[in-house]
Ligand binder design. Structure first.
Ligand code: P6P
Length: 345
């Protein structure tokens, strides 16, 4: 007989029972993230049908033209999470500064850094996009949260995860006790536990990088990617290239199948492209909890304490053996163990 499908709410209560000291505040915050994602999902799946596509004409802090769905997702998360009474402050890709909880709402003890709709340039092509969130305890003791509450190293996270809107909508998160995936069942309006205790394979056979940037790559990255294309059945090479251009989609596939995603520093972007607070750090928490690794090429992503809300970082994330090999090449330390000596430094 198939195991009974646990709803997200049942799962959270089951997990909460493992922590008698739990106050329940954190539990309700996870439930509210699920609520916000259902509201966003409803619009995302209709994006092609209603005049919500197209551009607001505005630009976000990075100069990217903001699509209406981005703004909608940001506002939903701000309103739903901000009115839980659990949050002291939020930070969003869509706002240059911190986002205080909505006026008149009580201030709580948590911080949420989020990317409301990552990969939004893919919206019009109906390619998977996602919401990424990171939950931290506030540092300040009282009053409205501050930017310092947001600027904490990823190792301080108490929860992190993402919602991927695609052929099915999935919520994947960790609270530091493994990684669990829930699939949205629209007829029930519920997220059902579909991927308990996700573990990433030690090594994959997939690499995800935008090879269109190779003219800007440093030598170590070029040698690593070339090495992945060499024939060596012992390490499963040549690897397959898979690159959606939507971080959540690329990360999720590699989490389940194994492999490595890299968005390295290059001669054009010395700090890489992806942001620490609401892209690299939450996915690093998920990756590590699933047995994977996440690095900027020299240090653990979870050790980075950013000095600004939108600080960027190089990102190498995925199966542990793949991430380690990539770092060795990046640092010029890899000695190819195969007969192919072309890549020895
Ligand atoms: P590129 C989307 O804009 C995003 O922030 C991530 O979702 C994605 O991994 C990356 O940028 C893609 O960047 O330069 O390869 O198009």
């Amino acid at each position: 007989m198939a195991a009974r499908a646990l709803t997200l709410g049942q799962f959270i209560i089951q997990e909460e029972r493992k922590h008698p000291e739990a106050s329940g505040e954190f539990t309700s915050l996870l439930g509210d993230i699920a609520l916000a994602s259902k509201l966003i999902n409803r619009e995302v799946i209709r994006a092609g049908l209603v005049d919500i596509l197209g551009y607001t004409g505005g630009e976000n802090v990075h100069g990217d033209r903001v699509q209406k769905l981005d703004r909608f997702a940001h506002q939903v998360i701000h309103q739903v999470l901000g009115s839980t009474g659990q949050l002291a402050v939020l930070a969003s890709e869509e706002d240059e500064d911190i986002v205080p909880v909505p006026d008149g709402q009580p201030v709580g003890k948590y911080v949420v850094n989020f990317d409301p709709l990552d990969g939004s340039s893919n919206i019009n092509a109906n390619v998977n996009i996602g919401t990424i969130f990171s939950i931290l305890p506030r540092l300040t003791r009282r009053g409205p949260g501050t930017v310092e509450d947001c600027l904490q190293a990823g190792r301080r996270q108490v929860a992190a995860g993402y919602v991927m809107y695609g052929s099915s909508t999935m919520l994947v998160f960790t609270t530091g006790d493994g990684v669990h995936g829930f699939t949205f069942e629209p007829s029930l309006g519920e997220f059902l536990l579909s991927h308990p205790n996700i573990r990433i394979p030690e090594r994959g056979r997939i690499y995800s990088v935008n090879e269109g940037n190779c003219v800007h790559w440093h030598e170590g990255v070029k040698r690593y990617v070339d090495w992945l294309k060499c024939d060596d059945p012992a390490t499963g090479r040549p690897y397959s290239a898979r690159y959606v251009g939507s971080l959540v989609a690329d990360f999720h596939r590699n989490l389940l199948y194994g492999g490595v995603f890299l968005y390295p520093a290059d001669k054009r972007n010395p700090n890489g492209k992806l942001r620490v607070l609401y892209e690299a750090a939450p996915l690093a928490f998920v990756a590590e909890q699933a047995g994977g690794l996440a690095s900027d090429g020299t240090r653990r992503i979870m050790e980075i304490a950013p000095s600004s809300l939108h600080q960027r970082t190089p990102l190498i994330i995925g199966s542990p053996q793949d991430v380690r090999e990539c770092i060795e090449f990046n640092l010029g330390k890899h000695v190819a163990v195969t007969s192919d000596r072309r890549h020895a430094p």
